[in-house]
Design a protein around this ligand. Structure first.
Ligand code: AMP
Length: 638
């Protein structure tokens, strides 16, 4: 593959690669032929895939959301990627999560319930994408319109569609959805003429993904892939948590389990301990949940930790064996092993891979960045003139079929077929004069429709009345380079044509996406308004506190009429503070400010007088300085 470099104008409209991760997301772009992650003004390249939603429905995303995790455990959303394009019934193992998974208002889709409001995973991922995009744009004065977004290789159509929808909601033209291992291989330049077999071992925060890629003449193909959408660094954290709480009594455990704030703190401490154990031989964790009567102080050694995560590593290695078997290869047939994902910094992970393949895995690139870097290379290539476009051969993770009479399934596209792919199959009617047929699109490896995942159904109408078996309905399945499935059906005998595009059940319709975009724009305005109002109210309340105190402490310094004026102004401001009228609050605050001015100046006079009596001006001004500070604190607390 050749990288196309373009001379760009001043208002730089760039294409980027985005790694929309379970734990963290990253944006990268190609600069002078080299892919680089885009850091923000503070040098932060990573946007945590974390959203914090408060009681009023205001959301903050990224680092700020992460820091609010302790204050707002029930409104802090992590690992959203696990729920992308998933049905509520597909979602299990939610015990460790501080939020609830519920059925979306429409269909079977999983939604997340926060402070009584349901959010779709696509919407939440769109918030993460928007934040990552905004950061990158601001840092380097860029405009990001187009992007390649990566997904795990085993994401099914619904999950890919949900990712694409998230991109659209975030205002991004998604050039292509590519597989993460494909991106990792690109980042290591493994497409540059090398032949061979590469195993990509990707252990991130919440997902594990192992893929075998075969390189031929610079083009690669995923020959086998498997993974686990619920295995990753989060589970390593949980393993540390289990070590940390192993000495607690049942009652203490219950107390911690029942307290989202404690759970959240414990998780943070566990992750920190885990990271420390990648470079230290031991680490000590001390947390005191005084209100629960639980104190934890424990030194965890690397050996303790490795014992605790051994079953998790075994699971990953079983998956490695599985893909090797599937591709009919032995470990020695693998030429290169690539580490992807933050959790591959764990020395035990690298050691296990080195033992299995008898060679050290590739860890030269930052395992957190490698996917984004590869996506950036791909984005750059796709944005070029097309001469050098190479089709990246990815594979379908699961077979795709159609339900036939009696509940059976005819497969049109087999698992691990390279995409893009087109497959057609002819069908006919079961009864005389049947004028419509139902096309039910299914995904999975089993034989009966009821055991497979339903991706969508549609009805082909307008078939001319004929005897059973006469109509010829040609159904075509087409998976494009993004891995998105389109199904069309045509009745051939009569020439009657009808075609339809099927979207995965958990994908969103164009209208729904439009609605969400409009909704978020509307909310943006509301959010700003609500913030301004909250600030004004906080300011007014702190002025009230100060005025009451000034009146109480120094009221005797001014004449009765002025005191009465202040009292009236206080009452007026208290009154308007009951409502949400920003202008009225502002006006009443101004009136109170004017009325208290004589007390303030009388206080200043008093200061000077007191100084004469031997106190320093600093003492007295110090208390004024403290007042100003106190009101600042009040403001940020509101
Ligand atoms: P990713 O989803 O690829 O960004 O991976 C994030 C995961 O990597 C999280 O579970 C982190 O706790 C984990 N991680 C980050 N740094 C380290 C480290 N030095 N050692 C072990 N795990 C780490």
């Amino acid at each position: 593959m050749q990288i196309q470099l373009k001379v760009k104008g001043q208002s730089e409209d760039v294409v980027v690669g985005i790694d929309l991760g379970t734990t963290n997301s990253l944006v990268a772009r190609v600069v002078d032929g080299e892919p680089k992650v885009v850091a923000d003004r503070h040098g932060r390249a990573i946007t945590p895939s974390v959203i914090s939603i408060d009681e009023e429905g205001h959301a903050v995303v990224g680092d700020e959301a992460k820091t609010r995790a302790l204050l707002n455990p029930a409104g802090t959303l992590t690992s959203i990627k696990r729920f992308m394009g998933r049905g509520v019934d597909d979602v299990t193992d939610v015990a460790h999560l501080p939020y609830k998974i519920v059925r979306a208002d429409l269909g079977e889709q999983a939604a997340i319930l926060v402070h009584g409001k349901k959010y779709l995973p696509q919407e939440l991922s769109a918030m993460v994408l928007t934040e990552a995009k905004k950061r990158a744009e601001r840092a380097q004065n860029l405009r990001i319109r187009r992007a390649v977004i990566t997904v795990p290789a085993y994401f099914d159509d619904a999950q890919r569609q949900a990712t694409r929808d998230a991109g659209r909601i975030a205002g991004i033209d998604v050039l292509r959805i590519i597989n993460e291992p494909t991106a990792a291989a690109l980042a290591y330049g493994l497409d540059k003429g090398k032949r061979g077999t590469v195993l990509v071992y990707d252990l991130g925060g919440g997902t594990f993904d192992v893929s075998l890629l075969k390189l031929t003449d610079g083009v690669f193909k995923v020959i086998a892939t498997t993974g686990n959408t619920r295995l990753g660094g989060d589970d390593f954290d949980n393993a540390v948590t289990d070590v940390l709480v192993s000495n607690l009594s049942e009652e203490q455990l219950d107390a911690v389990r029942g307290n989202p704030r404690a759970l959240s703190a414990l998780k943070t401490a566990s992750e920190q301990a885990k990271i420390a154990l990648s470079s230290e031989d031991e680490t000590t964790v001390a947390i005191d949940f005084a209100d629960l009567g639980v104190a934890i102080e424990r030194t965890v050694t690397r050996a303790d930790y490795e014992v605790a995560i051994a079953p998790l590593l075994d699971k990953t290695m079983a998956a490695v064996d599985f893909v090797l078997e599937e591709a009919d290869l032995d470990p020695e047939d693998v030429d290169e092993v690539v580490c992807v994902g933050g959790s591959t910094r764990t020395p035990a992970v690298r050691a296990r891979l080195e033992k299995e393949f008898e060679k050290p895995p590739h860890t030269e690139l930052d395992p957190d960045q490698v996917v984004a870097l590869g996506a950036a290379l791909q984005a750059e290539m796709l944005s070029g003139d097309g001469d050098n476009d190479q089709v990246l051969l990815d594979v379908t993770p699961l077979s795709l079929g159609i339900e036939t009479y009696g509940g059976g399934v005819t497969k049109l596209i087999w698992r691990n077929s390279p995409v893009p792919i087109r497959a057609t199959e002819g069908f006919t009617t079961q009864v005389d004069d049947q004028t419509a047929v139902m096309i039910h699109v299914l995904q999975g490896e089993r034989e009966m429709a009821k055991d497979l995942r339903s991706l969508g159904r549609f009805t082909l109408r307008g078939i001319p009345a004929m005897s059973a078996g006469m109509p010829r309905v040609l159904v075509e399945y087409f998976i494009d380079a993004n891995g998105i499935l389109k199904v069309t059906a045509k009745e051939m005998t009569s020439g009657t044509k009808a075609s339809i595009e099927v979207k995965p059940t958990y994908g969103l319709t164009d209208e729904q996406v439009e609605d969400m975009i409009l909704d978020s724009i509307e909310h943006a305005e509301e959010d700003i308004e609500a913030h301004i109002l909250a600030d004004k109210k906080a300011e007014a309340e702190s002025m009230l506190r100060y005025s009451r105190k000034a009146l109480g402490d120094h009221g005797e310094l001014v004449p009765d009429a002025i005191r009465t004026g202040v009292e009236i102004a206080i009452a007026a401001l208290e009154e308007v503070l009951q409502g949400d009228d920003k202008e009225a609050i502002e006006a009443a605050s101004d009136v109170l400010n004017e009325n208290t001015a004589p007390i303030a100046s009388a206080m200043m006079d008093e200061v000077l007088r007191v100084t004469v009596h031997g106190r320093t001006i600093g003492d007295v001004l110090g208390s004024q300085g403290a007042r100003r500070k106190a009101s600042d604190i009040d403001l940020s607390k509101e």
